[in-house]
Ligand binder design. Structure first.
Ligand code: FES
Length: 159
C-alpha cells in the first residue's frame, strides 16, 4: 500500500518546508524533494509559492520540476511501480519486462490508471544494476525481475 499523503500542504506547511532548507546552497532541489515526499507530487501553486519564498522566478522552478524525471506534476496512483530503464537493466531484459508490465498492470509507462489505482513510472538506475532488471514497488526494491516476479508484483498491488 502506498504511504503517500494525498492531502495538499497548507501554505504554512510549504513555508515550513522551505524554511527547513532555505539556508542551504541550491535549496530548490531539497525543498522540491521534501514537498514531493510530503504529498507525492508537485502542484503548480505549491511550486510557485516555493519560488517566491526562495526569491527565484517561477520559470526557473518550473524548469527544474520539468527537467528531473523524479518530480511528478500530477498525483500518483495509490500504488507506484517504478521500473528501471537504464542501460544495465535494459541489457538484462528490462525493456521486455517494461512492455510486459504495461500489459499486465494495464497502464502505459509514465501514466496513472484512470481508476487511480496504479502508476507505472520509469526510473534511471536504482543502484541494483548487477541484479537487474530492478524496480521499486511502493518504495520497496525488487531485483531480478522476470515474468514470475512481475506476476508477484501485480498481485501485491491488486492489479
Ligand atoms: S541500471 Fe537498473 S539498477 Fe542500475
Amino acid at each position: 500500500m502506498s504511504v503517500l499523503e494525498p492531502t495538499p500542504p497548507t501554505p504554512d506547511e510549504i513555508d515550513a518546508i522551505v524554511d527547513a532548507h532555505a539556508n542551504r546552497p541550491g535549496a530548490l532541489l531539497p525543498v522540491l524533494h521534501a514537498l514531493q515526499e510530503r504529498i507525492g507530487w508537485l502542484p503548480d501553486e505549491a511550486v510557485a509559492q516555493v519560488a517566491e519564498r526562495l526569491n527565484i522566478s517561477r520559470a526557473e522552478a518550473h524548469g527544474v520540476v520539468t527537467f528531473y524525471a523524479d518530480f511528478r506534476r500530477a498525483p500518483p496512483g495509490r500504488h507506484v511501480v517504478r521500473l528501471c530503464l537504464a542501460e544495465a537493466c535494459q541489457a538484462r531484459g528490462g525493456t521486455a519486462v517494461a512492455r510486459a508490465a504495461e500489459r499486465r498492470l494495464g497502464v502505459a509507462m509514465g501514466e496513472t490508471r484512470a481508476d487511480g489505482h496504479l502508476t507505472l513510472e520509469p526510473v534511471y538506475c536504482l543502484g541494483l544494476c548487477a541484479i537487474g532488471p530492478s524496480a521499486l514497488v511502493d518504495g520497496a526494491p525488487v531485483a531480478r525481475l522476470d515474468a514470475a516476479g512481475l506476476e508477484t508484483i501485480a498481485e501485491a498491488v491488486g492489479a
